[in-house]
Design a protein around this ligand. Structure first.
Ligand SMILES: [Zn+2]
Length: 150
């Protein structure tokens, strides 16, 4: 991939992450953002009892592609959190997104997030929010700068 194509892909990915955070009511975890990032999901084979496999797939918001009824499953899994984390760090450095300090959240919000993530099997993820103190003009200027910087 050329440098320009890689830079364009980074900008598109960061734009997608920001859009997800802008549209969400709650702060989002890195795994949740990876799932919404637009990066490709990957197919894996899972052997196991239907009850266990189907339950896990459902709780984690994966997608069940194939169930043979005889232990063999094919499951679609989201991109790993590590594939979006560096981009979130970059957006954080630019002041577009911010890490959420759990202690600053209202208790009902904290409980809602904990329930959501434990159901998905994520332990103590990092949460992010959009910092809406940026105007659209300022935001577009930052995106342009990112595009040039790569
Ligand atoms: Zn099954």
């Amino acid at each position: 991939m050329s440098r320009a194509a890689a830079a364009a892909r980074s900008v598109a990915l960061r734009d997608q992450l920001v859009a997800a955070l802008r549209n969400g009511d709650l702060p989002m975890s890195t795994p949740e953002l990876a799932a919404l990032s637009g990066l490709p999901w990957h197919e894996v084979g899972w052997w196991g009892d239907c009850t266990l496999v189907h339950d896990l797939v459902e709780r984690r918001d994966y997608k069940l592609l194939v169930c043979t009824g005889q232990q063999r499953h094919s499951v679609l899994m989201p991109p790993c959190p590590g594939s979006v984390y560096p981009h979130l760090r970059r957006l954080e450095a630019l002041g577009i997104v911010a890490r959420v300090d759990f202690a600053d959240l209202a208790i009902p919000t904290r409980l809602q997030l904990i329930a959501q993530e434990s159901q998905r099997g994520n332990t103590r993820p990092v949460y992010w929010r959009y910092t809406d103190d940026q105007s659209d003009v300022a935001f577009n200027a930052v995106l342009d700068a990112m595009e040039r910087a790569g």
